[in-house]
Design a protein around this ligand. Sequence first.
Ligand code: NAG
Ligand code: NAG
Ligand code: NAG
Length: 403
Amino acid sequence: MVFPSALSALWSAILLTVLLTTAVYSNVVYDDDPLQPVTADETVSVGGTVTLTCRVAESDNSSLQWSNTAQQTLYFGEKRALRDNRIQLLHSTSTELTITIADVQLSDEGEYKCAIFTMPVRTARATVTVLGVPGKPQISGLETPVQEGQKVTLTCTSTGSKPPAKLHWYRGDQELEGHLDVVESNPDDPTYNVSSELTLEVTSSDDNALITCAVDHPSLAPGDKRSEQTLRVLYSPNVQIHPGSNLPREGEKFSLRCTGTSNPEPTSYIWEKKDGELPILAKADGAVLHFPMLNKSDNGVYVCHADNGIGNNQGEYILLVQDPTVMAPSSGVDHAVIGGVVAVIVFILLCLLIVLGRYLIRHKGTYLTHEAKGSDDAPDADTAIINAEGGQSGSEDKKEYFI
Ligand SMILES: *[C@@H]1O[C@H](CO)[C@@H](O)[C@H](O)[C@H]1NC(C)=O
Ligand SMILES: *[C@@H]1O[C@H](CO)[C@@H](O)[C@H](O)[C@H]1NC(C)=O
Ligand SMILES: *[C@@H]1O[C@H](CO)[C@@H](O)[C@H](O)[C@H]1NC(C)=O
């Protein structure tokens, strides 16, 4: 057929045109002089390896040469010119000279030059930027616990970054705004020491909070370098009184326990009864007030004062002694009764299942075994098996109830 081949010829023509256009166009964009070397600027972290590539579009077989910031020749074609084992040849052809510099130092920063010794000599420059890798941040100001309600100023510092690193503060996952970011520099050190301050007014809920200072720098992946410290807050007791039972009944033993959530733990507890003396029988033993035998005359409001040296607070409990005959609060009874009823129902259901199961098997299921076929007629086991395998010797199949 003529039509498809005409079409494919047309496509080829279009494709060729596009290719030619692209080639011409890229030539125009990149260099009009095919002998002009082309390089690229590079950025590398201290200790890293940088690769310097120099290419020409065409070569007249002149050698390419790389030289360093001090104009010293590093490589001339594949010939090493400077004795520095950090610098190695990666690739050398008539159109390309690629070298690597390992374990880069800050002093390696600067302008490198690629030259091709044509007439005239053509050169290209590549700027190598060396990043100073910041040190692990250090948090100071949290050496001692802070008292609730006070302000604390934390400082985070990181040394040796270039360009200056940024520091970020976090309390748990939440970022906090630092202030007074300081960048230190000094004339004979190209790197910077940075610091940031964070002022917090702490509350008891800040106790054990994790404070993080993280470094943000182009030489690091996010989260690479961070320091964490736990904030310790000293706060006065938050007092609660827990009764030994929910049903104080006359004549029974009873106790009240005073808990003071605080940092540090409370060191002293004082028990009082509002509007009166503690009952004679009641014995205070630190956080616990014991009643060996409750009496209605014990009724009243009991107060526990807990002190941890930071401050003291109090909690209250209203004691209302019940008659000895009063039933325990309903919820406990209900649970026991429901539990018992459920247990009985489950037991009955199980019994029914077992009985039903036995009934069904007895009346419907019959089970035929090899032994049943032969053993009853055989004088011994071997004969029984032979009988069973032979099959026909037994006059009829035997039925055996499985249960
Ligand atoms: C470059 O050298 C090769 C072989 O060494 C030679 O064939 C070629 O003609 C030379 N090219 C130029 C432009 O001198
Ligand atoms: C940064 O800190 C280090 C160690 O504390 C110090 O030796 C260095 O001189 C400081 N650099 C600058 C630029 O301040
Ligand atoms: C309670 O105390 C009163 C007097 O203080 C006493 O008469 C009474 O017997 C006590 N009740 C019990 C159950 O101990």
